[in-house]
Design a protein around this ligand. Structure first.
Ligand code: NAP
Ligand code: ZN
Length: 367
């Protein structure tokens, strides 16, 4: 069995884990640059927990709450300027994938002079600031991945920073931060995690230990999704389980990467403003059908782990969590022509042609 597995993030999970493990932060430096979105980090108490933890270690901090959803290259440069002015030794991200991804780019840009091409093209940088991640959505798994996904206005899509140096040093998982997550964001982010585990399981770069984690994460998600589809808001235990499942799914893609669903989803976010997880959700059913045509047993394994009899049964359930949405044929063709150029297409097995991507997009969204 041939594979290589590397995931250097220390994961600490459990209620009040930030305050109870503050000592893990102290080796990272004397000044923290805390990054979050506009308001949720403060409202849910995660910011107060983190600042108390930092102060207990004698660490000074500065707070930056201007990270927007789907941060762009321009946004992260502005934030990096603030981190440099703050003379930060390390970066703390509190939030969903947007603040965590923005913090990874800032960790690179605040440490050295790096051009956009280098940021997106290089795997190794001369210096990167250490990073702490506190996820407050249960979806992206960015707390355990080497990726930062940034809106690239020049290319009109999302581009990747991919470097082992941006793995967070520590990820704190406390399900209580996700308790008041509004239902639509909960649904979108769970679907994103589902997508990570399923795509990672089926990817060209899939490896056995990551596939084992994928099935575990799909089992958890499969036990909670039907309750959500019947309108139930997840209870505290389910919130904790979803956060665990999304972190597992993040570990999966940290090894395997994502595939065609993510490649096509980026256009739905860039051009149509859909949330990242929602974009994936519209495409998953047709993606499974495309893969199952040549790899039926592997798709069946995913469905069985989730407790579903068929692709259609899973698609119906995902659809029930999403609003109605349509594309024109012209839009579907345009998005296929953009997706075919994405790096994660070559990670899809079998590797789709542009026409096959058009079919997936059309069958999913053109009525
Ligand atoms: P997000 O864009 O980080 O946040 C979406 C919204 O949720 C924001 O309005 C945010 O408000 C709010 N929010 C976050 N936590 C909350 C909480 N606990 N309670 C109430 N509201 C809360 O959403 P996301 O889906 O987690 O992240 C999406 C981004 O991650 C995309 O850019 C996507 O491309 C990227 N992504 C990255 C990876 C990776 O491996 N790096 C993988 C998948 C996706 P505030 O702004 O006020 O905080
Ligand atoms: Zn994703």
């Amino acid at each position: 069995m041939k594979f290589s597995y590397y995931m250097p993030t220390r994961i600490v999970s459990g209620k009040n884990c930030v305050k109870e493990n503050a000592g893990l932060i102290s080796p990272l430096g004397k000044k923290a640059f805390i990054m979050s979105g506009k308001s949720s980090a403060k409202k849910i108490g995660a910011l107060a927990d983190m600042t108390a933890a930092l102060e207990s270690q004698g660490i000074a901090w500065e707070y930056y709450n201007k990270v927007k959803p789907n941060p762009s290259l321009e946004d992260v440069r502005e934030a990096a300027g603030a981190a440099v002015r703050a003379e930060a030794d390390f970066v703390v991200a509190i939030g969903g994938g947007s603040p965590m991804d923005a913090a990874k780019a800032v960790a690179v840009l605040a440490a050295d002079e790096v051009s956009d091409d280098e940021l997106l093209g290089q795997r190794f940088f001369s210096k990167v600031l250490p990073l702490v991640a506190v996820p407050t959505t249960a979806g992206t798994g960015s707390e355990v991945t080497p990726y930062s996904i940034l809106t690239n206005n020049k290319l009109q899509t999302k581009s990747f920073l991919n470097s082992e140096q941006v793995y967070p040093a520590v990820a704190f998982l406390d399900g209580k931060y996700t308790e008041d997550l509004p239902f639509p964001i909960t649904a979108a982010t769970v679907i994103d995690a589902l997508s990570h585990s399923a795509e990672g399981y089926l990817a060209v770069r899939a490896i056995p230990p990551a596939q084992a984690l994928a099935l575990e994460s799909l089992t958890i998600i499969g036990s909670i999704l039907p309750k959500m589809a019947s309108g139930e808001t997840p209870c505290s235990e389910d919130r904790e389980a979803l956060l665990y499942a999304s972190t597992l799914a993040g570990i999966v893609i940290s090894q395997s990467g994502t595939t065609a669903v993510h490649a096509m989803g980026y256009s739905l976010t860039y051009f149509k403003g859909l949330d990242h997880g929602v974009a994936n959700g519209y495409l998953l059913g047709e993606y499974f059908k495309y893969i199952a045509a040549s790899r039926p047993l592997e798709v069946k394994k995913i469905l069985s782990a989730m407790g579903f009899e068929s692709i259609d049964a899973l698609s119906r359930l995902i659809d029930s969590l999403l609003d109605h949405f349509e594309l024109t044929k012209e839009e579907a063709d345009k998005f296929a022509s953009i997706a075919i150029k994405a790096g994660n297409i070559a990670n899809t097995d079998p590797c789709p042609s542009e026409e096959e991507l058009q079919n997936i997009l059309c069958n999913s969204l053109v009525k």
